[in-house]
Write a protein that binds this ligand. Sequence first.
Ligand code: SF4
Ligand code: SF4
Length: 477
Amino acid sequence: MKEKSFKKHIYRYKRYYVFIALTIIALVLPWIRINGNHFFLLNFDHMKVHLFFVKFDMQELYLMPFLLIMLFLGIFFMTTLGGRVWCGWVCPQTIFRVIYRDLIKTKLLHIRKSIQNKQAPDKPGTIGKQVVAILIWTVLALIAGADFIWYFVPPEDFFKYLQNPSEHMVMLGFVLGIAAFLIYDIVRLKEDFCIYVCPYARVQSVMYDEETIQAVYDKARGGQIYKEDERTEVSIGEKLVHNKKELLAMNPDAECTYCEACVRVCPTHIDIREGTQLECINCLECADACTKVMGALGKPSLIEWNSISAVKEHRRPKFLRFRTIAYGVALTIALIALFWMSTTKEYMLLNINRTAELYSFENHGKTVDNAYVMLFQNTENKKHNYYFEVLKEDKTPFKEIYIKRPTKPFPLNAGKKVRKIVVLATDKILAKDSTKDTIIPIIIKAYAVDNPKKIVVYRKTIFAFPRYDYLQKARKQ
Ligand code: SF4
Ligand code: SF4
């Protein structure tokens, strides 16, 4: 196969494009703001959450369950459909290892011989270059650490805080801590992180089914290399044949050349011909290696990105099946709910508490007052003047109850909150019950005077009207 057409068939280049696109997105996204809001920001500093360029107060955490549901459903959906597609195509660990091992150590500094052989040790006598590689990676790890923090402390604050590091030691500590972990992880721990540390690696296998796509060796074409349990057809971890000669003696039609290019290239040091393994991160490097070997013989790769059943039956995988449809539907519902919640966002917050006293008489019992403590919060990026109205349960004006205090709209700066003592009053007889006080449900409609259609909230509360005999007594005094 010619080099140009070969490149078209291998996954590595496609993965590189995905890696580049993801890296650019991860680095650029924190810098993009629309109306001062970020795409995603969990800002504990200002107690704000930004989602899809809409800012939410931390008090609006009703969004969080939807985000968590979406996260878990997304993982289930993705794993059932594409196995460890996350690991091979998206995970920062994989991307960082490709940058460090393949780009810096192999291509740039020639410490390693070839990216096709991940089992070979580093070339001897390259200590100086190893130090340079670690230094280059240290710089990149610091950028990665800062980039991660930008989703919690936005760049506009981050660089301001950096000018005063002694006052922002926690932020600085996180950046340095993440960078230090990345240096240890990428330089020392390597793929052992994927095999022994990452919790996703442990749980993903239970989400697999016979149609989950993964790197699969076509045993029927290539020939059986490992001994298997007769009942389950699962490898018992012992080789059946050790070279091409033994393989052909067992099965004259076996196509595997026993070149072991697929074994040499595997970053997790496994032999995919043994079958599905927990260690496989679905990087498809083995499939690429075999594509090259078999391509030279004019044959398709013996290692496919396909489901086990589909490889056995020589067909395409079934993407539409009960599990994937169920996860897909649930994910779509959660996404729509999240989107709907974010569009019905309230642009101000209002908490109402009543004072201990139910009501009081004023003006010799002619007026009945009810007092409240209302907390108004401006969650917008600009200053507004706020006021409110009293409504009945059917949202029509409650004309008999008027606002005694505050008498006029009050200003509130961007992001600020204010506690107001509010007094509602009535001069009318709202009830004539002499057995008990009458509790009248009301609605407070609070709004920004300059934009009452968009910035408005409704809160239910009550107006307590005294027993009629108490009222009469107060009026006689
Ligand atoms: S690269 Fe292909 S031909 Fe070579 S050993 Fe692996 S499966 Fe067999
Ligand atoms: S067997 Fe190794 S090379 Fe092949 S996909 Fe899995 S991790 Fe990658």
